[in-house]
Design a protein around this ligand. Structure first.
Ligand code: FUC
Length: 352
């Protein structure tokens, strides 16, 4: 139990970046850097007690700062896509960066995962709090926005992520964590996740147009390539058809999680690897989850010098539905001035 810290490097502004590691009594370790409040390492055992790092990452701060892959990254103020990179709130139009065709993706060019954070922790505790002030107009969003991301690693092998925020104007919020997992032999060094099995607590997904903006409909997963109601190998859906008969070449879809959103934190998805016996369960209080499988990735010299290729990891991004602010019928994305925003996502690590 406890926290250790070390120097990770120096960021583009010359500030020292610190790496913090939480370790629980079962030997599981999760590390973070105060540049971006990014999760850099998640070291967990396989069924034979072999500890490996199952989180994709980079080798240096410079790589994290230049990245558009969001390895281990917390994303805010608004994760995923906003159509036309604009929205109207209280009769006023707000313009964002167009960094994904005509959309704003993951809030545009200024990434929360590249900013420096204040850090609070006690050496003998199992949690660390990263906080930051996002000024009015940052990324194009209204209001002075004070937010924190608390990471707790408990002895039940749960990495608990709590997002809290408060704003002095009405604004929109959608936090996620964009960690990529690979539970195979070698962890993040394992070439791909195609043979790993996924299960998702969803019966519907939100189909998208050709630039990945939801059409506003919900479509049944049953009988499609996206049906993960029972455990299924990721590769078993690839090459098969979605609800419209389009062939799925990789996963980048928002699943509408079961429930009415008022149940609190509940299990959303699982990833497991039968060769190592590792399981990762994701729990959240949010209504949606983006399954993204590092489609078309091709990056050299990542963490430990590893090359990451197509399907090298899978992301389980808890979230509101993409473009909810511009889509009638999608869950509310507005945070009222002065109201406290709170949301929890948990990654739990087990073996079988
Ligand atoms: C996910 C996807 C996007 C994008 C990003 C890096 O959130 O929805 O398409 O590629 O990750």
């Amino acid at each position: 139990m406890g926290i250790t810290k070390s120097i990770y490097g120096v960021n583009k502004d010359g500030a020292e970046v610190t790496k913090y590691t939480l370790k629980n009594k079962n030997g599981i370790e999760v590390s973070f850097i105060d540049s971006g409040a990014v999760i850099t390492n998640i070291i967990v055992p396989d069924r034979d007690g072999v500890f490996e790092d199952i989180a994709l990452g980079y080798n240096s701060i410079a790589q994290y700062e230049a990245s558009v892959t969001y390895f281990g990254a917390p994303i805010g103020r608004y994760a995923n896509r906003i159509s036309g990179a604009k929205f109207v709130l209280n009769g006023k139009e707000y313009k964002l960066d167009q960094n994904d065709s005509t959309n704003c993706l993951h809030s545009g060019n200024l990434q929360y995962s590249c900013c420096m954070y204040n850090t609070e922790y006690n050496e003998d505790e199992d949690k660390i709090i990263f906080s930051r002030h996002s000024p009015d107009g940052e990324q194009g969003f209204p209001g002075n926005f004070d937010y924190s991301i608390t990471y707790t690693l408990d002895n039940d092998n749960r990495l608990i992520i709590e997002y809290k925020a408060i704003c002095d104007k009405d604004t929109i919020v959608n936090f996620t964590n964009h960690s990529y997992f690979n539970l195979g032999k070698g962890g993040h060094k394992c070439p791909d996740v195609l043979g790993q099995e996924v299960q998702i607590e969803a019966d519907y997904y939100t189909p998208v147009n050709d630039i990945l903006v939801p059409t506003g409909e919900l479509k049944e997963l049953a009988g499609t390539a996206l049906d993960f109601r029972e455990f299924k190998k990721l590769k078993d859906g690839i090459g098969k058809a979605d609800a419209y008969g389009n062939i799925v070449t990789g996963y980048d879809y928002n699943f509408a999680l079961r429930g009415d959103g008022k149940e609190g934190v509940k299990r959303a998805a699982q990833l497991r690897d039968s060769s190592t016996g590792r399981i990762m369960e994701m729990y959240t209080d949010l209504p949606g989850m983006q399954l993204f499988t590092a489609n078309d990735m091709d990056i050299d010299n990542c963490k430990d010098g590893v090359h990451y290729g197509n399907f090298c990891g899978a992301c389980f991004e808890s979230q509101n539905f993409p473009n909810a602010i511009n889509t009638e019928g999608f869950p509310d994305a507005v945070l009222k001035a002065g109201e406290q925003f709170k949301s929890t996502t948990i990654f739990c690590f087990k073996t079988f």
